[in-house]
Design a binder for this molecule. Structure first.
Ligand code: DQA
Length: 152
């Protein structure tokens, strides 16, 4: 069977399992389950197939990235706080070598200074931040274009 090159892995990092317990003024109060369902529906509209992964373990996140080229054609990544300091995760994403978009629910540029740094700088096609769940839709559209599934 030939692959359609439409598989997107959606990776959430540390503290996303408790998304609905985090500050609703910043993160919107929705659960990861609800967020993933929305992402899955948007992906289907774009002709993309999604798989979802979340862990609070940096090592597990790295190991998932090691397996990624066998599982997926592209990645949508919100690594949470690891975004700002985990060079190990950045190295693993680099090795995976897939088109990737970095997403953040909150506007990381307008929060604390330390959130402005991203270890994924230069490794991802784009960084989408501060748009809430809609940012994932934008990220999926960027990946659909990168995979040749959409115009523009
Ligand atoms: C986040 C922003 C990060 O700075 C923070 O550590 C998170 C969530 C976001 O989606 O806005 O855990 O990635």
């Amino acid at each position: 069977m030939t692959s359609a090159h439409n598989r997107v892995a959606v990776l959430h990092g540390v503290n996303f399992d408790i998304l609905d317990r985090r500050d609703p003024a910043i993160y919107g109060g929705l659960s990861l389950d609800v967020l993933e369902r929305r992402i899955g529906a948007w992906a289907r509209e774009l002709g993309l197939e999604t798989t979802f992964f979340q862990t609070n373990s940096e090592g597990e996140f790295v190991e998932f990235l090691h397996r990624l080229p066998d599982l997926s054609d592209a990645a949508l990544v919100n690594a949470g706080a690891w975004t700002h300091y985990s060079r190990a995760i950045a190295d693993a994403l680099d090795v995976a070598g897939l088109p990737a978009v970095e997403v953040h629910l909150s506007d990381v540029e307008s929060r604390e200074e330390w959130r402005r740094l991203s270890v994924f700088d230069g490794l991802v096609l784009e960084k989408v931040s501060g748009k809430g769940p809609e940012g994932y839709r934008e990220g999926l559209a960027i990946l659909a274009r990168a995979l040749g599934l959409a115009d523009g």
